[in-house]
Design a protein around this ligand. Structure first.
Ligand code: DP6
Length: 404
């Protein structure tokens, strides 16, 4: 048996992907750009073993066996990576014919799936990266990104760490629709992120169907497609110059525009809720109180959770601010904020309003009911997929899941 275990990170777009020009090959209607968040905090972990004795391909997702034949997108990733392996085997007969062996795949996320926390991105990136390692494929990450893209569009960006663009391309076969790294994670170490988990619930409209509804019915979307190319250039420049002012404004504007085209979809799609909007108002007031110099930028994917980008030096204040206006419920107090990077000294009580300057209008929003935000995850910009050691496998030697 040959077995490999890897993890892949979550990425959060600052210029959003929304809309496909080809739903089969997953080719987007615009370029997008994302930031890769640390796998130490959020990741998908996948183990794959190949064995000629297995009866057929099998898949366990978050502890539950799924019918792999029903998952067309995963199937595409299997087909493409197997084809690359087969080519190697055809050229070198000494290679083990892994391309013909059935596979067992076991994958889990360390965070709630389908809550707008980009679980499909890290999950499909982990699948493709692990398959590539298992098959010993010599292909570049950009090559692999074309395959991951066919699993889930945003997954192509999770193959790289740091700052990553997905170039939409123009070829009908998708050969030029791929991810490229704009800058590595070490480029801008001061930039950090705070994920505010607003709801653990599964979302109503999936990204996949939501974006097609937008393409079909939103006149505003045509306007957005004119705007994104300029934003992409400005965003790349902001990142390369580590210009937080430009980065923050573009990030917030693009998130707002994405949710505007959702509202302009007919019937409309709502991903933000009252808590999400409260966080938006709070961040704008926080920035305004700083003389309009941005200290924080919010962004939202296809769900109500906020991701706040800010500089390391302001993170403590921002965590205290969010915790004051969106306090934990009594039951979830211990898991609300676990402080992985030790930003709070023990004397700092979470929940007391931080001493923000006098300009700050304390009544900008009310203090929300406890539990409106269930968790705060402090994280950083970090690396791409990692290969783990054999003893971290999710599969036993006989190919069964180790934790069922
Ligand atoms: C709002 O990649 O989940 O997160 O390609 O249909 O699988 P499919 O969609 P998906 O869409 C993500 C949309 C987004 C924005 C983004 O990540 O760029």
């Amino acid at each position: 048996m040959t077995s490999v275990t890897c993890t892949a990170p979550v990425n959060i777009a600052v210029i959003k992907y929304w809309g496909k020009r080809d739903t089969q090959l997953i080719l987007p209607t615009n370029d997008s750009l994302s930031v890769t968040l640390s796998q130490d905090i959020l990741h998908s972990k996948t183990s794959i073993s190949a064995n000629k004795e297995y009866a057929h391909d099998r898949l366990w997702l978050n502890g539950k066996e799924e019918d792999i034949t029903k998952n067309k997108r995963m199937h595409n990733c299997f087909r493409e990576t197997r084809a690359l392996r087969r080519r190697m085997e055809d050229e070198d007969s000494s290679l083990v014919p892994l391309s013909t062996y059935p596979l067992h795949v076991c994958s889990e996320n360390n965070f709630p799936t389908a809550a707008g926390l980009a679980s499909s991105a890290s999950g499909l990136a982990a699948l493709v990266f692990t398959l590539a390692k298992l098959f010993n494929l010599p292909n570049s990450m950009t090559d692999l990104s074309r395959i991951a893209r066919q699993g889930s569009g945003s997954a192509c960006r999770s193959l790289f760490g740091g700052f990553v663009a997905w170039e939409m391309g123009s070829e009908a076969d998708g050969s030029d629709s791929r991810a490229v790294q704009i800058a590595p994670d070490t480029h801008w170490p001061e930039l950090e992120a705070l994920v505010c988990v607003v709801s653990d619930a599964k979302k109503g409209t999936s990204s996949t169907s939501g974006m097609q509804q937008t393409i079909e019915s939103s006149p505003l979307m045509k306007e957005r497609l004119q705007i994104v190319p300029g934003r992409m250039e400005a965003m790349k420049k902001a990142i390369l110059n580590k210009d937080f002012q430009a980065f923050a404004e573009l990030t917030m504007r693009d998130s707002n525009q994405f949710h505007s085209v959702c509202l302009d979809t007919f019937p409309p799609i709502f991903y933000l809720n009252d808590t999400s909007r409260g966080i938006i108002q709070l961040i704008h007031e926080y920035n305004a109180a700083n003389g309009g110099v941005y200290k924080a930028a919010y962004t939202y994917d296809a769900g109500p959770n906020a991701v706040i980008y800010a500089s390391k030096e302001d993170m403590k204040e921002i965590i205290q601010l969010i915790a004051h206006y969106f306090p934990p419920s009594e039951e979830k107090k211990s898991t609300y904020f676990t402080d992985p990077y030790n930003v709070l000294q023990s004397k700092d009580s979470l929940g007391a309003r931080p001493a923000i300057n006098e300009q700050f209008n304390t009544s900008v929003i009310p203090v929300y009911p406890p539990g409106s935000v269930s968790r705060l995850l402090h994280t950083k910009v970090h690396d791409g997929p990692r290969v783990l050691s054999e003893n971290e496998s999710l599969l036993n030697a006989d190919g069964t899941p180790s934790r069922l």
